[in-house]
Design a protein around this ligand. Structure first.
Ligand SMILES: NC(=O)c1ccc[n+]([C@@H]2O[C@H](COP(=O)([O-])OP(=O)(O)OC[C@H]3O[C@@H](n4cnc5c(N)ncnc54)[C@H](OP(=O)(O)O)[C@@H]3O)[C@@H](O)[C@H]2O)c1
Length: 283
């Protein structure tokens, strides 16, 4: 069994790293902002943080789905959830989210940059505007939200950031070239940030799932590809691995033993060969 998913009880809800040798303090009043909370992995993460007793700020375009989730969590856990509808592909949208937080006097303790999407096809075929949208959501909004919310966490010496990349981050991805490059960025950015913030009281983790059963594949046009025909992991299982890994201060979280083996062997395989294999899987 995957050692990260061994069914242990949930870790305490403290966002900050305790001093060495001290037990983690349970802190139920943290505020967790999750982008892309309207479906898939983001929605499952919201359910896990709500079960911890956290307050939530839910961000996505589909306000009706956010409201539905907020009602579910209020009923189950008495969760206080604020909704911020936002299209993160629009330049400036991260700043608007930060402005909305400031207007409502909300301090974010945990930032989960989960919103993201892909586009299946060739670079020549997909269209320049769509590629820019992928970069704006997966890279620009994630970077700007981090840059806008991190300084206050550092000041409080307390906080956590979970950025959602993908196993697509570990190699080039023909037929999804821009998406895979954005996820390589997320991985590199997050690992660098984890080192920059070491010892600051702010934890930074990167979640790198493999194929997962959400709306992602249909939206990206990937359902017919070998990659998704080989099977996809359950979104709740991916979210549990991310939630637990963040709580434990892991820098890189790859859910599932198979995905971890793939990520490892990719590093040992000639890059040109890996690129050809990915082209085959994503054709
Ligand atoms: N599913 C997989 O196979 C897989 C594998 C590895 C990594 N990932 C990553 O996991 C993350 C979550 O994806 P998922 O699999 O859960 O897919 P999903 O079910 O399609 O969820 C994507 C979420 O991102 C939000 N989003 C997309 N475009 C947005 C925009 N322009 N502005 C604001 N929010 C936007 C969506 O909300 P709205 O539509 O309401 O805006 C939705 O809540 C993504 O970063 C994805 O790249 C997925």
């Amino acid at each position: 069994m995957d050692p990260d998913l061994a069914g242990r009880p949930p870790a305490p809800a403290a966002a900050s790293r305790p001093p060495r040798g001290q037990a983690e303090t349970v802190e139920t009043a943290e505020t967790v902002l999750i982008t892309g909370a309207s479906s898939g992995i983001g929605r499952e993460l919201a359910r896990l943080f709500a079960a911890d007793g956290s307050r939530l700020v839910l961000v996505a375009r589909q306000q009706d789905k956010l409201a539905e989730l907020a009602a579910e969590l209020a009923g189950k856990h008495q969760t206080q959830a604020q909704l911020i509808p936002a299209d993160l592909s629009r330049p400036g949208s991260a700043g608007e989210v930060a402005d909305a937080l400031a207007q409502r006097h909300v301090d974010v303790d945990v930032l989960v940059n989960n919103a993201g999407f892909g586009a299946h096809g060739t670079v020549a075929g997909i269209g320049a505007d769509r590629q820019a949208d992928v970069i704006n959501v997966n890279v620009v909004a994630l970077t700007q939200l981090t840059a806008l919310l991190l300084p206050a966490m550092l000041e409080r010496r307390r906080g956590a950031i979970l950025n959602v990349a993908s196993t697509a981050a570990f190699q080039p991805g023909p037929h999804q070239a821009v998406y895979c490059a954005t996820k390589s960025y997320v991985l590199s950015f997050t690992e660098a940030l984890a080192e920059e913030t070491r010892g600051s009281g702010v934890r930074v983790s990167c979640l790198a799932p493999g194929a997962t059963d959400t709306g992602f594949a249909a939206q990206a046009g990937l359902t017919g590809t070998r990659l998704f025909r080989f099977g996809a992991m359950d979104a709740a299982r991916v979210a549990r691995a991310g939630h637990r890994g963040l709580r434990r201060g892991k820098t890189l979280i790859i859910p599932g033993a198979g995905n971890r083996i793939l990520a490892f062997t990719t590093r040992l395989t000639p890059r040109a060969l890996v690129t050809r294999i990915v082209a085959y899987l994503q054709a």
